[in-house]
Write a protein that binds this ligand. Structure first.
Ligand code: NAP
Length: 538
């Protein structure tokens, strides 16, 4: 090896939930030499970068954590039903300390490229610090929603106030007191941030392109008896979430909404609405994702709630979702979101009725021919989801083939974990895996454990490379698309469908398996049990 080039068994990119567990699994269980590169200055990934006001996980805290550290499951006390960003960061810091992970993480270092060298069967990985290192295996633990989408608004460079994207919020926050603030976007992030910013700002103007269906989060303290009951039954909880559809303790109601009486339907709606959280989305009648008629009944219930909550009927009408079925975009959870539009200092500018954003000016935003003046603009415009973070790594596989070129028309993977022509390269919660359609830690742990077992098998059998076959990859892609095309999901211009960004080729990004994360886990295990069916081992 040329001097100055460090050699590792495995290089992991990213030190969020997935990178951290990957280090643990490879180093402490398999005894491998591992290095993780992390662009941030600390662990946390998503929770390191997304520091906007109101940032909070939409999964219940008792299942938004690692399940492999059983002692920590017992010891850690979450303060509320949904963990807030600083609390999740503290939790991950604690995990890093307990397992001494930081000694194998190089912080403040971004991977700028990596290529597979067919002469030595090693990955050569380059960083923005000018270093190159080699590894037998390369693992992308870069998260699904880490590549910021800042739309190319004309004139942004002219704006004389302050602006910021929610995923790059300054550490220490922004003081909105006495300021005129704009928030662009009304996705899950904006729905969390808007009520918080509205409490501080002199005036808040929200620019909405598509109205969303929001359901109540119902955050708050959790009953200590329930906390204890869960702690006493953590093995049961973990088993249930692993076998479930979405990685939560939710199941669909196993009948059609069309076959129940309107009284029963209304009772169930009320129950889920009162329960709060993803129950409404993920524990609804089973035909909600498949039948427009069933879906309309659910959508109508939420529309009635919006009209009841928002006092000004003109504003309420703007907030009523139109043109996409309920549940086909990521469900935002509402903590005073709709109520915020009753405040005197809050204005809603809707692209459909008031006109779209035309440009950013020196003083603010021009939309629908009118200029609005601001001191601060917050872009809550989301991410180049799933494929974006992987393309940004500039990886090259066999023959110098660039991932970005291979994916010019959307992702091509086998199981969302491997890519044909990219030997010994794995993607944790990659495109075409359940990932963002699940409670993330559940899917992360499944991928990490599968990859670690695979690498263990490789060393025990003395194999040098493993890669997906093009045929298995093609079949998997066809399967992913066939399933989603049988649902209502393609009817929305969502980021799931790659439709949030102009020019991004339309493709469904995650995997909505017929049996959810439980079925997907069984499929991956079956592949491994059949000597890694669909892979070539050499
Ligand atoms: P998002 O859901 O993609 O929302 C972005 C918003 O910006 C949308 O309202 C979008 O409108 C708007 N927008 C994008 N480009 C625009 C343009 N050129 N002009 C005007 N408006 C534009 O992004 P996000 O709210 O950041 O959420 C992304 C994902 O992060 C969520 O879906 C969720 O998975 C995750 N998240 C998770 C949590 C959590 O609980 N852990 C919290 C927040 C977010 P359109 O709808 O028309 O595209």
């Amino acid at each position: 090896m040329a001097s100055g080039i460090q050699a590792y068994d495995v290089i992991v990119i990213g030190a969020g939930f997935s990178g951290m567990y990957m280090i643990k699994a490879l180093r402490d269980k398999l005894g491998l030499k591992v290095l993780a590169y992390e662009a941030g200055e600390a662990v946390g990934g998503t929770w390191y970068w997304n520091r906007y006001p109101g940032a909070r996980c939409d999964s219940d805290s008792y299942i938004y954590c690692f399940t492999w550290d059983k002692q920590l499951l017992q010891d850690w006390e979450w303060s509320e039903r949904y963990p807030e960003q600083p609390e999740i960061l503290r939790y991950l810091e604690q995990v890093a300390e307990r397992h001494d992970l930081k000694r194998d993480i190089q912080f403040n270092t971004r991977v700028t490229g990596a290529e597979f060298d067919e002469t030595d069967n090693l990955w050569h990985v380059h960083t923005d610090k000018g270093e190159t290192a080699t590894a037998r295996y390369l693992i992308a633990a870069v998260g699904s929603l880490s590549e910021t989408n800042l739309p190319q608004f004309k004139g942004l460079e002219k704006f004389q106030g302050k602006w910021c994207h929610t995923s790059r919020f300054p550490n220490g926050g922004i003081n909105f007191t006495a300021k005129r603030v704009a928030v662009v976007g009304t996705g899950a992030t904006a729905v969390q941030a808007i009520p918080e910013i509205a409490q501080q700002a002199k005036q808040l103007t929200v620019f909405q392109r598509t109205a969303n269906y929001c359901v109540p989060a119902r955050n708050g303290k959790v009953d200590p008896e329930l906390i204890n009951a869960r702690k006493n039954d953590y093995d049961g909880v973990v088993k249930r979430i692993k076998e479930s559809f979405f990685g939560f303790e939710y199941n669909f109601i196993p009948k059609s909404v069309l076959e129940v009486t309107s009284e029963e339907r209304e009772r169930e709606f009320d129950r889920m609405w009162d329960e709060g959280g993803f129950a409404f989305w993920l524990a609804y009648y089973q035909d909600m994702f498949f039948s427009q008629e069933a879906n309309d009944l659910c959508a109508d219930y939420i529309k009635r709630k919006i009209r009841k909550t928002v006092k000004d009927p003109v504003v309420a009408e703007k907030l009523i979702p139109k043109g996409h079925p309920y549940g086909t975009k990521r469900q935002p959870l509402d903590s005073n979101y709709y109520e915020t539009f009753n405040k005197d200092n809050v204005v809603l500018v809707d692209a459909n009725t008031d006109g779209p954003i035309e440009e950013i000016t020196a003083r603010g935003i021009r939309a629908g021919g009118k200029e609005y003046e601001f001191d601060i603009i917050i872009f809550a415009t989301g991410f180049d989801a799933m494929t974006g973070p992987l393309k940004a790594l500039h990886v090259k596989g066999r023959g110098g083939r660039k991932l970005g070129e291979l994916w010019a028309d959307g992702p091509h993977t086998y199981l969302g974990i491997s890519i044909a022509g990219f030997p010994n390269f794995f993607t944790i919660t990659g495109p075409q895996s359940p990932s963002v359609l699940s409670n993330m830690p559940v899917s992360i742990e499944q991928h990490v454990e599968w990859i670690a077992d695979c690498i263990d098998m490789m060393s025990k059998t003395g194999k040098a490379t493993i890669e997906a076959t093009p045929e298995a990859q093609e079949q998997w892609g066809a399967h992913v698309n066939e399933i989603v095309n049988g649902t209502l999901m393609p009817r929305a211009n969502s980021w799931y469908m790659s439709a949030n960004i102009a020019g991004k080729p339309r493709a469904f990004l995650p995997y909505l398996g017929p049996e959810g994360v439980g079925g997907y886990r069984r499929k991956c295990d079956e592949v491994a049990a059949k000597d890694y069916e669909g892979f070539t081992l050499a």
